[in-house]
Write a protein that binds this ligand. Structure first.
Ligand SMILES: Cc1ncc(COP(=O)(O)O)c(C=O)c1O
Length: 330
């Protein structure tokens, strides 16, 4: 694993390591952060935008199968909110395509698990984020996880500004020189030291976040159906990373109204992602005209509730009550 300046930088490294050629494409969910696609376009790839399946909000294997053609070199998978996407379905679709790399954008999923395997161990590459908005933070930071030993040597060169500096430090060469493409991808030691402190507190942090997540579930579950509120779905073989708590509201209009009413009560809620396939750059870099109707629908109705390590049981109750009262008024 290489510590990088951000998850975006780690995605950029994975794009370089894929050695993308003109005309090649990468499949990326439309429902994700810009960097999941941006990193590959910078290496010249065009993007095939994949729709999501409505339970985990991860890439839909059925749409993936439709998109897969000879130009595809990689598939980016996102474990939204820290819950594994349908990895079994995705692996099944890719069963006869060992040439297609899986890149796990695991910005949300550190410490989550799928079938008892850690998220971040399932693709050829996996990327992590330690941005201040994540569970484990150092301001700005990330990591590239290399799950294929054959990538390690070249990854060090790309990481070290295209030089074999690591081989020099290991005494394998008598001087270091320019060998390949690359950049200055490494995280500063001072930030790495902060990150170590965070990782030492990992159990405390994860336990607090789990309590917030379960607090919302407990408060909202009894009335969710009646109020048309869809709560997060966690498939049986998944252990969440408790990154965020989202709900799906009955309509876009309801979301706009509910956000306004909660704001008046001093409760700040947010939404995401603005679908990439509809964005100006998404259309510019798309390999074909993208159609992602589930992404468009769900992203217009999704609402993220306040979520941080020190949210108290009282805070959770107040948010949940206000949300339910607002929905009753609809
Ligand atoms: C799914 C996903 N990928 C990548 C990123 C980018 O992470 P970073 O800010 O560490 O570059 C984010 C940021 O929120 C994200 O949500």
């Amino acid at each position: 694993m290489l510590l990088t300046t951000s998850c975006t930088a780690a995605l950029e490294m994975s794009a370089i390591l894929l050695d993308l050629q003109p005309g090649e494409t990468v499949i990326v969910p439309s429902f994700t952060f810009v960097s999941s696609a941006l990193a590959f376009t910078r290496e010249g790839a065009r993007i095939l935008f994949c729709d999501i399946e409505p339970e985990t909000l991860g890439p839909d294997p059925r749409h993936l199968a439709e998109l897969l053609d000879d130009t595809v070199r990689a598939v980016v998978v996102v474990h939204y909110a820290g819950v594994a996407c349908d990895m079994a379905g995705i692996r099944e679709v890719l069963r006869d395509r060992p040439d297609v790399a899986v890149v796990e954008d695991n910005a949300h999923g550190l410490f989550g698990r799928w079938r008892d395997q850690p998220l971040g161990s399932l693709g050829r590459f996996a990327t992590l984020s330690f941005h201040e908005t994540k569970n484990i933070v150092c301001g700005e930071g990330g990591a590239l996880v290399l799950n294929n030993p054959e990538d390690v040597d070249r990854a060090w060169v790309v990481y070290d500004k295209g030089t074999d500096r690591r081989a020099f430090f290991l005494g394998q060469v008598d001087k270091y020189s320019w060998r390949d493409t690359g950049s200055s991808f490494g995280l500063a030691d001072t930030l790495a030291a902060y990150l170590l402190g965070q990782l030492e507190q990992r159990e405390t942090i994860q336990a607090k976040r789990r309590a917030v997540y379960e607090g919302y579930l407990e408060a909202l579950s009894p009335r969710a159906d009646e109020l048309g509120l869809r709560l997060p779905v966690v498939p049986e073989d998944c252990e969440p990373a408790y990154h965020l708590f989202h709900v799906i509201l009955p309509s876009h209009e309801t979301r706009t109204r509910v956000m306004g009413e909660l704001r008046e009560e001093g409760i700040s809620t947010v939404f995401h992602y603005v679908p990439l396939h509809d964005s100006v750059a998404g259309q510019r870099f798309a390999a074909r005209t993208p159609e992602c109707p589930v992404t468009s629908d769900l992203s217009s109705r999704l609402l993220r509730l306040p979520f941080h390590n020190n949210l108290s049981a009282g805070d959770i109750e107040r948010v949940a009550d206000s949300l339910m009262r607002s929905l009753e008024r609809g």
